[in-house]
Design a protein around this ligand. Structure first.
Ligand code: ISJ
Length: 101
């Protein structure tokens, strides 16, 4: 039987794992925004429109496929629409960033 202290230790250990995951997510987001900024500069030089709806639709479809294929235990398949929303938000931010170069 687990006593309260054990549960507290488990929460503490799991939070350490979460902190590391958050760190990795932020590093990946920084890399992603660095690349979208480069794309934005090229678009500016070529006078190309910032938004590419087909590309965004492809990304969303790919993400949904990855979740359906990789999430074998259904850990987050029920959150698929929320994850899609988060991704749309990230792409919206990257468009804002490209418009403000
Ligand atoms: C980064 C781009 O610009 C926009 C932002 C996108 C993104 O954040 O992935 C995708 C398409 C574009 O609407 C791009 O054209 O690839």
């Amino acid at each position: 039987m687990k006593v309260n202290g054990d549960y507290k230790n488990s929460i503490g250990e799991l939070r350490v794992e979460l902190d590391e995951i958050d760190y990795q997510i932020i590093k990946l987001l920084i890399s992603r925004f660095s690349i979208t900024k480069q794309i934005g500069k090229i678009k500016q030089d070529l006078a190309i429109e910032v938004i590419d709806q087909n590309r965004e639709d492809e990304i969303i479809a790919r993400i949904r496929n990855v979740i359906n294929e990789e999430d074998e235990d259904d850990t987050c398949v029920t959150n698929i629409n929320s994850i899609t929303k988060i991704y749309k938000e990230i792409m919206s931010e990257s468009r804002k960033q490209q418009k403000n170069l």
